[in-house]
Design a protein around this ligand. Sequence first.
Ligand SMILES: [Zn+2]
Length: 458
Amino acid sequence: MSNSTALTFCGGVGSVTGANFLLETSGKKILIDCGMVQGSRFADEENRRSFLYDPSTIDFLLVTHAHIDHIGRIPRLVAGGFKGKIHSTPETHALVSIMLEDALKLIEDECRQNGTLPLYERRDVSATLALWSDIPYHENRQLVEGVSVYLKDAGHVLGSAMYEISFLDSDFETRKIVFTGDLGNSPTPLLKDTETITDADYLVMESVYGDRNHEDRDSRRKHLKDVIVETANRKGTLVIPTFSLEKTQTLLYEFHELEEQHAIPSLPVFLDSPLAIEITKVYQSMKKDFNSAALSEGPNIFKFPRLKHVVHSEESKAILHVPPPKIVIAGSGMSNGGRVLHHEINYLPGAQNTLLLVGYQAAGTLGRQLQDGVKEVHINGQKVSVRAHIETISGYSSHKDSDHLVEFVETAAKSNPKIKVFAVMGEPKSALFLVQRLREYLGVEARHPELGERVELI
Ligand SMILES: [Zn+2]
């Protein structure tokens, strides 16, 4: 009798979004993440394609973190017959309920506009949450005989976890495969650092910024300050498209710090995102996951005097009538939907205004077009000229850059130089560049798998 183990790359290969990996071992099928593919629309058509497996045959789904490109297709998996167990940290569980509820609204809006059927319905989201069960960080948990998981902090967003999965090889020796999910840009202003991994035989790792380094972390706050001051001096409006999870909380904390230090003028700041407001409450209630510097700041780290939470859409539209200078933080982070679009229609044509990009802008999104310097864009069927200043601060990225991805593997390879690395969740040129660096600098076996490829492990 022998035990075979195989890994199939079912999504999140050749692109940043749509993470979905299948591990088959000890006769069980374990999925890692089931994310949405995101591009020009919030829920791109690709998400309607069938899965590369029959959902009813899957035993476990392990969720690394609550970003929609890691969880967005779970209700579709459940609608397709999945009845197994879903695991994540309790933090991710709390965030997933909010994220899927919001995704459902965006999906319904898109379907109304395009006359298509929704990707999934409310009952599928409820059925998804009913299958959930928590595994805290640093607790060894046996899934079935011979297969156990251990979750480590990835430092990417609140609750983000790397999964160390121990399994039995064909000789019934214990082996270890690690799925990183997304890896945080440690040290971050708020979260604890990414933990190190040891004794891994296989590593399935993200490569979003495999080919680029971020600006110096010490200069990110100064860059933010400069953008605010310059926009205020021009009596302009600063629009920041943000991701509601993590990026917004990091920015609020930075605004809080800059105001306390009197480094920026006191301006009205509109947090125009009901989703970000809800998520900020979850962050506030789970402060134990913050790093010691953020913890020592006390209870009000996401507050400052002229911050206004904007819940209703009429209030969002009324921001236009507030005289500048002012700051608007709104979703979505890649400008492929959400309230930021009407602010972009209003403020992109004005040369006194600034659009500040602080996160990854996927190929095909409006955010990427603006980052690339396009002078005219189409938003909700309107032609919009772009005269506003377009700024990017890469230091607030919540992903490790190329040097730090290499450093992460270097540490992992110390305990096992024979580690085999699969670089995924990056555009091909990022993933391939990382693969080349890992081979050349560290001499480890690394490769960029193909979508749908199945690999037999040991
Ligand atoms: Zn993520």
